[in-house]
Design a binder for this molecule. Sequence first.
Ligand code: TYM
Length: 328
Amino acid sequence: MRIFSGIQPTGGMHIGNYLGAITQWLELQEKHECFFCVVDLHALTLPQDPDELRKATHQKVVELLALGINPEKCTLFIQSQVPEHSELAWILNTLTPLGELERMTQFKDKARKQVASSVFAGLLNYPVLMASDVLLYKTQGVPVGQDQSQHLELTRTLAKKFNQRFGETFVEPKTILKKEGAKIMSLADPKRKMSKSDKADSYLGIFEEPESLKKKVMGAVTDTGKEIRFDPTKKPGVSNLLTIYSLFSVEPIQKVEKKFQKKDYAFLKKSLAALLIEKLEPLRRKKKELDTRDLYVKEILRRGQQHASSLARATMEEVREKVGLLEP
Ligand code: TYM
């Protein structure tokens, strides 16, 4: 299978990104042809400081390498370095009904957080660029967290539309979701997903210092009652902590539930903090080492860009011909 997925450069990597998406990338790179991309053009849909964005983009690559993304096994690259992403996005924009974009929940959420005068067309068209990321490589599978499902439905719709109008060109990609971990919830409000755009006490950074991890886990919002039970509807806070514990300890949720059955919330939180500190320590160490290896990272990106470009160019030649653009 050919796989594509992306991550935004801004904000540090949190355990939601890791458990929902990156752990899937790590598995898939072992067996499939994978393209993983840091989507810096998507970051521009919200205001960014240019120097900070450049740094964050490099940092995100370092973070992915520290987590085990292996450039010998996959293609790792930066979205803006393959200009065909933007070119295909323009063409797909001409096939996308405005109403489809306006009803996207991520657009509505993000637009709500901005003052009206800073909601730009780029934010509305965000899912079209995402569709072009995926379709450009004739991708078959896209490993993501739950929050990207609606965007990928639109991606399939656009592939179908293009194919109907111009002849068979794009593959309709499958969304690949984890059974558990597809939606890790916020520590501050366990009815909402964990997000890096929320307050710092709501998410756990993968590379965060142990003391800070502990403080945040101990302060996580729990539910009324004392019982420890996996029940995401009635006990969203506790269930979220049990899910995170289960995924990091690689033990089924029922076993974890049993382990904490007769314990109190404080014990669960202490155990989870200790587990996270233990599991994340080697990743933090690896990242520190990679932080000093700029040239190595640049070389990986150069190779990634070359390989991604060769496929992207071929698709765009086909697309240009089909839609009726004059060859140079
Ligand atoms: P981004 O950068 O917001 O998140 C990266 C990945 O992490 C997943 N994720 C979560 N999973 C579980 N629980 C959570 N709380 C959680 N928060 C985030 C996301 O679902 C995502 O898989 N639009 C995308 C980036 C993108 C992309 C693409 C993805 C651009 N083009 C093409 C796939 C294919 C985004 O903003 O991800």
